[in-house]
Design a protein around this ligand. Structure first.
Ligand SMILES: C[S@@+](CC[C@H](N)C(=O)[O-])C[C@H]1O[C@@H](n2cnc3c(N)ncnc32)[C@H](O)[C@@H]1O
Length: 190
């Protein structure tokens, strides 16, 4: 089975592009990982310039998908144990052994986890956590300084379903400073 989740072809395209640019020792963070459908995709790319470090940040405090995954799929995730256990099981099921060690896990809130990284140290951050205005504002404020100059801060669900995401992203990045690919937003750190 594929990893249950909320990723889409626009995220996969962005991650293809990111994988091609990541260099040995670069650090990338995905905030809001759930069962890993997007992060595991990135971990499974070819990295032409050596292995990056991919950090998975999530609270993993409740199983996602009770209202929108097929019931048998949701039941399987629950049967794997805690939400974090289910993520680890998906990593083991979908990544060969030699590709798993690029992933590091931080079971923390987005803002708390951001404090563990030096300013200007990250190649990129992808935000797919809580989609309210306040949370998205906090996430952008916490993570943008962590991105190195020329790096990118991107995220999911820039759509009228999540007006808070649209507003927070528009406040942080003017029209000239962001790119939209359907519901994926991409901002660059100048
Ligand atoms: C939409 S899901 C992520 C989907 C995932 N990127 C995928 O590819 O399927 C949102 C995730 O954000 C996490 N989350 C929500 N608020 C958070 C916070 N403040 N800090 C860290 N993670 C959070 C939830 O636990 C959940 O797993």
């Amino acid at each position: 089975m594929t990893i249950p989740g909320w990723s889409d072809s626009d995220i996969f395209q962005l991650y293809d592009e990111i994988a091609a640019t990541l260099r040995e020792g670069d650090e990338f963070v995905e905030v809001g990982v759930a069962y890993g459908s997007s992060l595991v995709y990135l971990a499974d790319r070819e990295w032409p310039r050596g292995k990056p470090r991919l950090w998975a940040v999530d609270l993993w405090d409740e199983h996602m998908g009770g209202d929108n995954l097929p019931p048998d799929v949701f039941a399987r995730m629950q049967a794997l144990g805690s939400p974090m256990d289910a993520f680890v099981a998906m990593v083991k099921e979908h990544l060969p052994f030699e590709r798993r060690d690029v992933i590091g896990m931080k079971k923390q809130s987005s803002v708390e986890a951001s404090k563990e990284f030096r300013d200007g140290s990250l190649a990129g951050v992808f935000i797919d956590a809580r989609h309210t205005l306040d949370c998205c504002r906090q996430d952008i404020a916490a993570w943008l300084p962590k991105v190195r100059k020329g790096g990118w801060l991107a995220g999911h669900d820039y759509s009228p379903t999540f007006l808070g995401v649209m507003q927070a992203v528009d406040e942080a990045f003017g029209w000239a400073n962001k790119e939209l690919r359907n519901s994926v937003w991409i901002g660059r750190r100048p």
